[in-house]
Design a protein around this ligand. Structure first.
Ligand SMILES: [Zn+2]
Length: 184
């Protein structure tokens, strides 16, 4: 077995069940991207890298950003596509642009490494497409999923109640809510 295959085998080791999260659309499970990045850093260390290719594209109708990402592992590369939703203020200006791009780029890394076979067992459940994002968008409108404007993480019921109880209009997760909002 050569070094490349050995590395890929190490990257493809199953993740512990406690890393599995239920998907937001209710279909199956996914593994948050931070676990993949942790794995890449542990197993491949400086033998892997990623770069965003071209400029991110913002789709205003659906409020999502699309990025193309190239992941290289030991000199071999695959391209991936990433998507992330963004939020706008009441004038239509994007308020979490930087985080939305980062989040889409991470999603693109997940997509790119799937072409190396990493996360293959979950691939059918996690592979994003524009159509799927639009579908989710429609679902999300009906159930009002809220995401943090800083990190794009979906808010828990507790966090939504926390914002409501302090009459905070913007959506922040517990980690990013500015402390002065909580002093009231
Ligand atoms: Zn946050």
């Amino acid at each position: 077995m050569n070094d490349f295959n050995e590395l890929i085998n190490g990257l493809c080791r199953p993740f512990p069940p406690e890393t599995y999260q239920p998907r937001h659309d209710g279909h199956g499970v996914y593994i948050p991207i931070r676990y993949y990045i942790e794995r890449l850093n542990q197993v491949a260390s400086d033998h892997w890298s990623h770069e965003r290719v071209g400029e991110p594209i913002f789709y205003e109708d659906d409020k999502f950003v699309h990025t193309v990402v190239k992941v290289t592992i030991m000199g071999r590369s695959h391209m991936g596509e990433g998507f992330s939703r963004y939020q706008t203020d009441d004038k239509g200006k994007i308020i979490n642009r930087h985080y939305a791009i980062r989040s889409a780029t991470k999603d693109g890394i997940r997509d790119a490494i799937s072409f190396f076979g990493i996360g293959k067992d979950l691939e059918s459940a996690t592979k994003p497409t524009a159509a799927k994002v639009k579908e989710n968008e429609r679902v999300d409108h009906s159930i009002q999923k809220l995401i943090c404007i800083k990190c794009n993480r979906e808010l828990s019921d507790y966090e939504v109640r926390l914002l409501q109880s302090h009459k905070v209009k913007l959506t922040y997760c517990e980690d990013h809510i500015p402390s002065h909002f909580l002093k009231k």
